[in-house]
Design a protein around this ligand. Structure first.
Ligand code: SF4
Length: 395
């Protein structure tokens, strides 16, 4: 598998882009993780990677999206993003996941990417905006990897994302492939698409379309349209874990998850302080689906100090640790709502996310106590120890 993967990198991706990704993403990512580990030893809190929600504007209305894109458009200013990145660099953090809404709708996107050539950016996108011109810009910049959301074949994908979305996203992938761009596909596993998106045929189809990595997320019933019918049961979660290991051994594509460590134990990246989320109004939140904050980036002082001294972010870590290794949003929504209320956290979702939490049912998450399945492939064991936490993933 590794030889076939190396062959794919050598023949399908522009050599310049591969070298840049190797240095800016993998090598600097590893250094960022090491700097993070040193900070942890010193008792300091600052993540090796940050999610920047550039805007809440989006052209789609997917089920289960935590962003409320109706009404007023909020977005980070160019200056805010520049100073966030400058603060990150002071802590050796050079990897930024840009998301939205739809980040390709953000007017300063290319200024940011081109203005920070020493950083690497992952753009999480619905894939609708890969015009020839945009693909050329990605290729010229060299420090960008698009991560395109696709939730199965046409029927499954469009049931969640809207009619006609699949076809347009596939056209976007075709353009990325023609441009020899290093890109990935993000697939949200739901209780209804699981039998399709974990098959060899699905993974092979993405390889044929030029995707170099496949990032699996698990559906969370959050946002203005939580659609709990898409949730994954415990049995399905175990099935997912097993299939991940099989797919990793078999196919020449990187299969990514940020749910389990090398031992197969559940991980909550927010509880470990691996990647906080900056909302489009500058709020500093534990992770993308949890839009509650006590601090903003506009507060006086350095971002490092704001995060390091945040009682809210630190007590959130403690709150999670005392309950689960998995996801508190799924497992303990009512206690989480009480915690957020006590902490005085501001709901930055644009809706009543606290009421959403209070009204939701406790569900299973990726914490499979007693049924952990360790990584059985040395390559992924090594990646999990070094890099995977740092690929900007949220649990
Ligand atoms: S496991 Fe849940 S709380 Fe933790 S980072 Fe993921 S979504 Fe957020």
């Amino acid at each position: 598998m590794l030889i076939r993967l190396a062959y794919r990198f050598a023949t399908e991706i522009s050599p310049r882009l591969t070298i840049k990704a190797g240095y800016l993403w993998a090598f600097k990512g590893m250094r960022a993780v090491n700097a993070y580990k040193r900070r942890v030893r010193r008792g300091q809190l600052f993540p090796p990677f940050l999610f920047l929600a550039l805007t809440n504007a989006c052209n789609l209305r997917c089920h289960g999206c935590w962003i409320d894109s109706k009404g007023k458009v909020d977005q980070l200013s160019r200056e805010d993003v520049d100073s966030l990145i400058a603060a990150g660099k002071r802590q050796r953090s050079y990897f930024y996941t840009l998301l939205g809404g739809e980040p390709m709708l953000y007017s300063h996107l290319w200024d940011i990417v081109e203005g920070h050539p020493e950083c690497y950016f992952q753009i999480i996108t619905n894939g609708m905006f890969f015009s020839e011109d945009n693909v050329r810009r990605i290729r010229r910049a060299g420090n960008v990897t698009p991560l395109v959301s696709l939730d199965g074949g046409q029927e499954q994908n469009d049931a969640r994302r809207g009619q006609g979305v699949f076809e347009r996203a596939i056209e976007g992938l075709r353009r990325l492939q023609m441009g020899r761009i290093l890109y990935g596909v993000a697939t949200t596993v739901t209780g209804t698409n699981l039998d399709e998106v974990l098959t060899d045929a699905y993974v092979r189809a993405l390889i044929d379309r030029g995707a170099m990595y496949l990032w699996y997320y698990v559906y969370r019933p959050v946002g203005p349209d939580p659609s709990p019918q898409f949730c994954v049961s415990r049995e399905q979660m175990i099935q997912l874990r097993r299939r991940l290991l099989e797919l990793r051994r078999k196919h020449p594509i990187l299969v990514i998850d940020t749910y389990w460590n090398a031992q197969g134990e559940a991980v909550c990246p927010a509880a470990l302080g691996l990647g906080f989320h900056i909302g489009p109004r500058g709020t500093i939140e534990p992770c993308p689906p949890l839009s509650f904050a006590c601090q903003t980036i506009q507060q006086k002082g350095d971002l490092f100090e704001t995060i390091n001294e945040s009682r809210y972010l630190r007590s959130f870590q403690q709150f999670v640790r005392e309950r689960t290794r998995g996801c508190v949003i799924l497992e303990h929504p009512h206690e989480l709502a009480a915690f957020l209320r006590d902490a005085g956290a501001i709901d930055s979702s644009g809706r009543d996310a606290l009421a959403d939490l209070e009204g939701s049912q406790p569900r299973t998450s990726h914490h499979l106590a007693g049924e952990e399945i360790p990584e059985d492939f040395w390559f992924y064991r090594m990646l999990k120890k070094q890099l995977f936490f740092g690929m900007g993933g949220y649990g």
